[in-house]
Design a protein around this ligand. Sequence first.
Ligand SMILES: Cc1cc2nc3c(=O)[nH]c(=O)nc-3n(C[C@H](O)[C@H](O)[C@H](O)COP(=O)(O)OP(=O)(O)OC[C@H]3O[C@@H](n4cnc5c(N)ncnc54)[C@H](O)[C@@H]3O)c2cc1C
Length: 499
Amino acid sequence: MMNAQTPKRELAEGHKPGHKLKTGDEFKATLDDGRALWVAGKRIANVFADPALSAGVDLLASMFDDQFDPAFADATTFIDETGAVASRSWQVPRTKEDLADRRKMIEYTSLKTAGTFGRPPDLAPAIAVGLLAHLPTFKAKKSLIEGCSPDFAENIERYVAYGRDHNLTASESLTGPQNDRSSPKGAEASLLKVTKVEPDGIRVSGAKTVGSVSAQANEIFFTNLGGIRETPAEACIWASVPINSDGIKLISREMVSHPGADPFDHPVARLGEEADQLIIFENVLVRKERIFNLGDPTAMSYYGPVCVFAHWHVLTRLAVKAELFVGAGQLVLDVLGTSHIPAVQGMLGEIIQYAQTLRAFITAAEALAKPTDGEVMAPDVGMLTAGRLYSIEEYPRIIHILQELCGQGLVMRFGKAAFDNPEIGHHLAELLPGKGVSAAVKEQLMNFIWDMTSSSLAGRVALFENVNASPAPRLRERLYNEVKRDAFIAQVKTLAGMP
Ligand SMILES: Cc1cc2nc3c(=O)[nH]c(=O)nc-3n(C[C@H](O)[C@H](O)[C@H](O)COP(=O)(O)OP(=O)(O)OC[C@H]3O[C@@H](n4cnc5c(N)ncnc54)[C@H](O)[C@@H]3O)c2cc1C
């Protein structure tokens, strides 16, 4: 897979020479493929032409390079069944130990982006693995669209192998564009639909929305979420297409990061962002080998089981981020000299409670994991959904507490240029030192917390956390529908003496 121009890097010790990994440069080369991309209303030549998208790609590329670094080899790679080294993103967990190993990759990508990328390279593969986890179910399903009847199970297996063999990245969009939710016509209009059947596959038209990271990935993995009972056959699709397919237009939202900023001023926001896109499909060819369901509405109700690994990813990333909030909070207490105040300790205690609780949900979901019908080890969905609900309900409060712990320091930040300016820098240095740290170091901490809690990047991330994998009302509905409570009812009946 390495081409002649790419400097070869040694694989980590213990890895066999055969590998299926891309370097960062090889990954970047795959993105310069003629994809049709608009930013701020203008068509741009490629993803590197926008500073925020480009910085985000650099961050993603560094994750590819890390696969060759012994320090990250265990977290980012595994030995596949052919004996070759492959990305852990595509590992199929068959045992609880595999789950724990796969989680290392989630923790790695979460730390690498300080939790600001909800769709790092290992997120979309978790959905493909979710399909694989229900292979017998998809094997039994038949296409209801005349003229195109692929074997869904074969396609799923082939796609997971292809993704693994090519160190593929994908975005995923399951949601339709937002319009009048009270109108059946609106609901119909936001579905992506089959317009034509051809020998090579199907043509689809419509749109998908907030496909985070689409402009910075190789493929888009999609279905039509919602309208489960009413979804017409021509909109019942699980499939994947390359982002540069003819007929796809990517329209980016406004950028919110600070690419190229001094690392002192914006340690996180300088790393760019995963941008969200509206993705227009105009008669896009979906090859028949990339179709995982077609026309069968019963397969659409598999959103929950198929996305269980992605939702485990979402919760794990939030736990990693919560631990960063704990670390940042403790540093604030240390540098402001407030750690002796019981009320302040109590505020940090709430952040610690949040982080510990998220870890507990993940531990429980993995401990209660069970093999699926496709013999993949799946975390417990009841624990995941309850954990995800708690994680998003408490998120705004945790951000608020962290901001409050910082006091004026979170606003009174002046930037590296001010510290370096001989006329004013010495005032800052004299007036603003922390406990045992210089004013500049204290500001570095505040700048990190600003990027994580209060910047425009943090605003987008907070909105993302709240709804990206279903907003709270839908999660409550899922708990009601999915968590069994017969045993509890029986206990109450016994205690109450009810028949
Ligand atoms: C920054 C960001 C990134 C995202 N990235 C992705 C992505 O990569 N892939 C992807 O597939 N999706 C992504 N999402 C989209 C996410 O899946 C949707 O926002 C979510 O499913 C809610 O749908 P909606 O926004 O269309 O809300 P709407 O359907 O327009 O509803 C608005 C609000 O009304 C309430 N509501 C509506 N219907 C119901 C109902 N039936 N029950 C209870 N409450 C209801 C909810 O509070 C909801 O938030 C992203 C969203 C954001 C903001």
